[in-house]
Every structure is written in C-alpha cells, then in structure tokens.
Design a protein around this ligand. Structure first.
Ligand code: IMP
Ligand code: MG
Length: 432
C-alpha cells in the first residue's frame, strides 16, 4: 500500500497545494498532543480548558507563519528573495502581494468552524484554505491602498458548473455591494465566445446585467465598472449604460504588448498541436468526447448523455500540457490547459494576462489592489492558478463560499471606513 500511495503521490503532486499542506502539518502537532482518542467513550466531548489550550497553540503557529510571510515581503523589497526563510521551508510557495494576518483570520474561522473544539478530526485542508481566504480579505480591506478590482471566475465560482448567473442567484446582491463601494468587477472566465455581439455572455450573466440595469442606487460610472474577460484573456466586454448591455471592447484598447507578438499562424499551429494530443487521447482511451475547435481554444467535451471519468480528463490535460510546454510554439505563446470538471480545454492566453489586461485598462491597478476569486488553484491542469501571479486570491469551493467571502470583505471594508471617519471627526473636534 505504501508503495502505491507513494507512486500516486508522485504523479498527483500537482493537485496538492504545498503551502496549505505544510500549514496543515504544523497544526497537526498540537492537534495530536491534545487529541483524545478515547473521548466520547466515557461521555460526551471534552472540557473547555483543552479547547482553550489547543486554540492558543494553533493561534501561535499561525502568528509565526504570518511573520514568515512578512519576512518574505521584506526580502523581496530589499532585492534578496533567495534569503526568505519560507522559500526554503516550502519551495513551491509563490510570492505574496500583501501581509496575511493569519492569527486574526484563525480566530474568525475558529468561531465559525470550531476547529479547536475538535478532538478527533484534525485541522483540514478546507480549514486552512478558509483561514488563508479570511486573512487575505482582512488584509485587502485594511491595506494602505484601497481595493479597486475584484475579478471572478465563472463556473463553480459564480454559478454551478455549466450553469448561468440567473436572477435568483445569491451572488448578485453582493456583487452590487462591491460596485456600490467603487470596486470594479471583472468576470474572468475561460468560457470563450468570440462573437462581438456578446450574446452568449449576456445570456450566461443575464441575472447580473438585469440587476445592474434596474438598479437605482448605482451611479452610471459604477454600473460601467462591470467587465467581462472571456476565453481567459481573449475577449473583453464592458457594461454600457446607454445600451443597457455588454458591449465589445476592441483589443487595441486593452491588449497587452506580449499578445501582439503572437502571429495568427503560430496561434493556429499551437492549437493544431493541442488538437493532435486531444485526438490521440480520445482514441487511445476510447473517450466519449467530442473535439471542439474555436478561434482561440480547442477542447474535448462529453458526448450528449455521456461522461468522461476524472482520471482520463487528467491524463488528457497532463498530456496536452507536456506536449505544448516542450514545443517551440508553447515557449512563445502563453497557453492554459485545464480540466474543467467534465471537459478539457487548451486556451491561448491565461488568467494572469486576463487580470493584468483589466488592471491596465482600468488605470494601472496594482496586484495589491486586486482580488481574484476562483475555484481552480492546483498548480497544473487548473486555470485560476495563473491569476495568482497578478493578484491576491481567494480559493472557493462553490458559489455559496463566494457569497460568504465577498460578504465578509464588504463587512471589513465598512468597518474600516467607519473607523477612519470616526478618527477624522475626532481630529476635527480637537482642532476646533
Ligand atoms: P471558468 O470556470 O469560468 O473559467 O469556465 C470554465 C468552463 O468554461 C470550462 O469547464 C468549459 O466547460 C467552459 N468553456 C466554454 N468555452 C470554453 C473555451 O473556449 N475554453 C475553455 N473553457 C470553455
Ligand atoms: Mg471555474
């Protein structure tokens, strides 16, 4: 069993998040020391004192991790990133745009999830993921620069896989709350529809577009702060107050210089290579899939009424990734191969470019002032992962977590605004 586990681990390491696993490992120590394997045999639960002691130790660990992130930020500022301690401890860790108040975030999540009250189940991947999310949200709401842009993935983040943002969606009210606070919204989705009328995006986002159109408390400027970036980084649309719908934005207005270096022939040749891999996987594994070719993407989608199993989708995605990353064209042109849950796509471009294009188009917004919310953050075969290079991120598991995270964000922003106002009132009172 051990051997099989190890082999699987080696092949699936791309699906693990090194930083989250490492924090989980640190929290496992106090958990084990305070665990009570015999709890519940002689009665129910354990005393508050054990919970308190465990909480204290979890908080102390997270405070230490918080300091390690601060250390990395300092080293990056001083041009010595190689000396950052955390890089040595967790080699796969990325860069951070902001400090992360992990201790405070732990208390927030502990009060919701009762992490330190558990004696038999250790702090989990999801516990740690949600602590990191809260820390990022706290930090963005309280930063020295205001949050300007929230980008959101579509499938699984805003609506269930393959579904649409309908008028009854719980996500809509909180998106309007962001707009009301002068925060722009960019929906950065892999779904690629090149039709410049924006009909397909309008259909899928109808509930939100309708809510914005009829809103009486958003200004025109706030309404125009809804943008869509489709096909990862290929097609941009913006809400227009005059036409009350999404309108196409010409690539000349937002395209990044690197995109202009890609020749159309090369793009199509890259997609041909990807298509070859998808076709050969389809044949070799006898997949019930159909190949779909678009102007900026190629995919394999399930035949009507059929399903492709997860393992085979992963095989296709890893195969395509390898074929392209070792090709000459794949070194020049940015691409993104990912497993969409029931299909596999290779897109030209990626969400890093999509987010950067929005930041530039809206006026040089920095990564520290941008939050990307998505569900796909594994290092290979997932398409939100690249957005980490351009923005702070929150990793959600479904649309209800998106609602929770954005509600938490608005709450902290309001608290901060109220305390700043109070301070100003106090100052002007002292002046008089
Ligand atoms: P996202 O989660 O919003 O990034 O959307 C991902 C899903 O969009 C994929 O799983 C596909 O089912 C769907 N999709 C539709 N068209 C495309 C395309 O051109 N490229 C990639 N995904 C697409
Ligand atoms: Mg998604």
């Amino acid at each position: 069993m051990t051997t099989k586990y190890r082999v699987e681990y080696a092949l699936k390491s791309h699906r693990r998040d090194g930083f989250i696993e490492w924090i989980k490992g640190l929290l496992a120590v106090p958990f084990v020391l305070h665990s009570e394997p015999a709890a519940f045999i002689n009665g129910v639960g354990t005393g508050e004192d054990v919970t308190q002691a465990t909480r204290h130790q979890y908080a102390a660990i997270l405070s230490d991790v918080e300091a390690l992130i601060k250390d990395q930020l300092n080293h990056e500022k001083n041009g010595t990133p190689e000396l950052a301690k955390i890089k040595h401890l967790v080699p796969t860790v990325g860069s951070f745009f902001t400090e992360l108040p992990l201790e405070q975030a732990f208390y927030v999540q502990d009060s919701k999830r009762a992490i330190s009250s558990r004696r038999l189940v250790s702090p989990s991947f999801n516990d740690v993921r949600l602590i990191l999310n809260s820390a990022q949200i706290l930090s963005l709401a309280n930063g020295d620069l205001p949050l300007k842009l929230v980008t959101l993935d579509g499938d699984v983040t805003l609506y269930d896989d393959g579904k649409s943002l309908t008028r009854d969606s719980n996500v809509i009210p909180v998106l309007l709350e962001l707009l009301k606070r002068d925060i722009a919204i960019g929906i950065v989705t892999a779904a690629g529809y090149s039709d410049t009328s924006g009909t397909r995006y309008t259909e899928r986002l109808e509930g939100l577009i309708h809510a914005i159109t009829i809103s009486t408390d958003l200004t025109d400027q706030q309404k125009q702060n809804l943008l869509v970036m489709g096909g990862e980084s290929n097609f941009m649309f913006r809400y227009s107050v005059t036409s009350e719908r999404l309108v196409w934005v010409e690539p000349e207005e937002w395209g990044l210089p690197v995109m202009n270096t890609w020749q159309e022939d090369d793009i199509q040749n890259l997609l041909d290579l990807a298509e070859e891999v998808l076709a050969s996987c389809k044949q070799a594994m006898n997949l019930s899939g159909l190949l779909v070719r678009k102007s900026r993407a190629v995919g394999i989608v399930p035949m009507p009424g059929k399903k492709m199993i997860r393992e085979n989708l992963e095989e296709v995605v890893l195969g395509a990734q390898r074929r392209l990353e070792f090709s000459e064209l794949g070194k020049q042109i940015h691409f993104c191969a990912f497993n969409g849950g029931s299909d596999v796509w290779v897109d030209v471009g990626d969400k890093r470019l999509g987010v950067i294009a929005l930041q530039r188009y809206l006026g040089q917004i920095s990564g520290r002032q941008t939050l990307h919310v998505g569900d796909q953050f594994a290092s290979i075969g997932a398409n939100d992962f690249k957005a980490r290079l351009a923005a702070c991120t929150v990793w959600v598991a479904d649309p209800s977590e998106t609602v929770d995270a954005l509600t938490e964000l608005c709450g902290y922003i309001d608290k901060r605004t109220a305390s700043v106002e109070k301070e100003q009132q106090h100052k002007s009172f002292l002046h008089h």
